[in-house]
Design a protein around this ligand. Sequence first.
Ligand code: NAD
Length: 427
Amino acid sequence: MSKILTNLSYLDPARPAPWSSFLEQIDRVAPHLGNLARWIETLKHPKRVLVVDVPIVRDDGSVAHFEGYRVQHNLSRGPGKGGVRFHPDVSLNEVMALAGWMTVKNAALGLPFGGAKGGVRIDPRTLSRGELERVTRRYTSEIGIVIGPDKDIPAPDVGSDQQIMAWMMDTYSVNVGHTASGVVTGKPVALGGSLGRQEATGRGVFIAAREAGVRSGIAVQGARVAVQGFGNVGSIAARIFAEHGARVVAIQDVGGSFFNPAGIDVPAAMAHTATQGSLAGFAGAGAIGADEFWRTECEFLVPAALEGQLTVPRAESLRTRIVVEGANGPTLPAADDVLRERGILLVPDVLANAGGVTVSYFEWVQDFSSFFWSEDEINARLETIMVKAFTAIWTLSAERQVSLRTAAFIIACQRVLAAREQRGLYP
Ligand code: NAD
């Protein structure tokens, strides 16, 4: 089935398909799984794929149809968990890959979730607030048959935010007849959201970078950092790096690429994107070419935009010591090999950007118990879980002489496939 979906759904054959990258990563881990490898096909087939039509009446009275998806890649270890993407390039292929990475990420961190992801192929910037609300509510109703606090719990991703989560929670709650806070995470704090959730992914990226630096003799203090993608993940990671004495020398988003060897004033860049929508016109650094960005001399490079950004030619031209994947799937498998040959350490997405889903887990737990924790407690628990996962993955990588990505996949796939085996097949 997955082959058919892959072939039919991937609209632009010129771009490498994210699901192919995911399948290749699974193939790479198979030889390390011992007897559990007999279950490996489980991971190559999403458990459940839902494609929905999302019609709305536009502000001008016309009717528009958008395509939406919710993919539950694997539910062996618990309910589905993963974000919802609103972006014009969203495809079923992409959502399948993103759901697969969520399965691996949740298992690698030891969170009691399976992997899921959703998306709607829209450009949210071209919709009015009312249109965006109607898309969100209709999409939520359509996927309402598969989501729920103990079934599958969406969260924000590219193009979605706290407000979208509030509308999703309200729509689902109205449909089931009672307030169901735990159906989504990443909600506003007033609606049962968690303190620290909005910053959690960027904070986790920083923790992962710091741990990789400590083990590689590279201190964050005084390090040069380049960040691609200046949204929720990239901008917060950049800000926390700067707060810890690093120099953020290059940033890039859809509006352009910017370089300042003295260090970019990150809060000023964030204030610019908040009012202007992107970095275009940012005066706090010099504009550089998009390719030049990838050649920035730095200690830490954080791709935090979309998948498939680190291609082989870019990997060959990097001048960094450590790549920390804030985005999901930013590095193509062939580029992984180039980085390894060049001695550039890569901290994989399934570890580096897991801070978001970890605090989403805390939010879900808090909603169930209706007892809310302080931000200090949340950040301390995030630190504990991230460092524990990092240490286990680092140790296995050294023992088996494999990349951190393969080590993370080994730990995760062992957990998922052991659960599969213990549960057995029905009937
Ligand atoms: P966002 O929408 O807040 O920001 C995306 C950023 O990427 C924007 O700055 C945008 O301008 C930039 N961008 C998009 N296309 C680009 C391109 N071609 N070149 C350069 N920049 C480009 O999204 P986000 O929530 O920050 O997510 C970014 C990545 O992190 C995604 O891969 C997402 O799946 C992943 N992620 C997000 C979370 C989360 O909690 N939000 C958690 C884990 C992983």
